[in-house]
Design a protein. Structure first.
Length: 237
């Protein structure tokens, strides 16, 4: 949301989060390191200038160790061996490291992660409808707009495997060249693929949505992301 890195409210929150959620295995989570929690914390901490913090460095190394043979990640260990696009957070965390500072291991992990998302066509053909809808804020949920923003910033924006996602993006543009939110998160299909766990039913019944813009009307955040993506794939004055 564009918060400056020297905002004391941000740094105080980050410091508290790093203290509470750090785990002995190197990740961040409630009981042990968790892919989504670690990815989001490391991404935010690196973005706000905590990249050299030992806890954040250990979290980054933990994310590297959790990458699967297909190049992706999975938040649910019982779902081995398959990775899933909704475990996007580790790749986004790795992407916050400035390119000149990326080690060979990090560069390799990013390349493998981008390739995984390209092979999956960013999930738009998976049959899971929440991935085909536009949301904001993102939290730790995935959608094709997030995937396009991530992959076009880290990989080859001209890759032909992006076509279905780009076509979907264009189809959602209004005549004025703006994009609307389809719905706010959480947007979860409990019967969809991947099948979310029973805990979600209780969670969805009690969660309070964070709605910054009303769905169905032109969104500044969605439009900004869409224009940024299109500029990468179609450079123009």
């Amino acid at each position: 949301m564009g918060a400056p890195s020297d905002d004391q409210r941000v740094t105080a929150a980050l410091e508290r989060i790093l203290q509470v959620f750090v785990k002995p295995d190197g990740g961040f989570g409630r009981k042990e390191g968790h892919i989504c929690v670690t990815g989001n914390i490391v991404r935010a901490a690196t973005h706000f200038g905590y990249g050299n913090d030992p806890r954040v460095k250990r979290g980054m190394e933990w994310l590297l160790s959790q990458q699967r043979s297909d190049g992706g990640w999975n938040c649910f260990p019982e779902d081995e061996p398959n990775s899933t696009p909704d475990s996007w957070e580790p790749l986004a965390a790795l992407g916050t490291i400035p390119a000149p500072l990326r080690t060979p291991d990090v560069r390799c992990a990013i390349e493998r992660g981008v390739e995984f998302f390209l092979q999956q066509r960013l999930g738009v053909q998976a049959g899971y409808e929440p991935w085909r809808r536009i949301h904001f804020p993102r939290h730790y949920y995935y959608d094709f707009l997030l995937g396009l923003d991530l992959v076009t910033s880290l990989g080859n924006p001209d890759d032909s495997r992006l076509k279905s996602a780009i076509d979907l993006l264009r189809s959602k543009s209004s005549a004025e060249g703006r994009w609307a939110l389809d719905i706010t998160h959480p947007d979860v299909d409990p019967e969809g693929d991947p099948p979310y766990k029973p805990i979600w039913k209780k969670f969805l019944a009690t969660v309070v949505r964070l709605e910054l813009e009303p769905p169905g009307t032109p969104s500044r955040w969605a439009t900004l992301a869409a224009m940024r993506i299109l500029k990468r794939i179609e450079p123009a004055p």
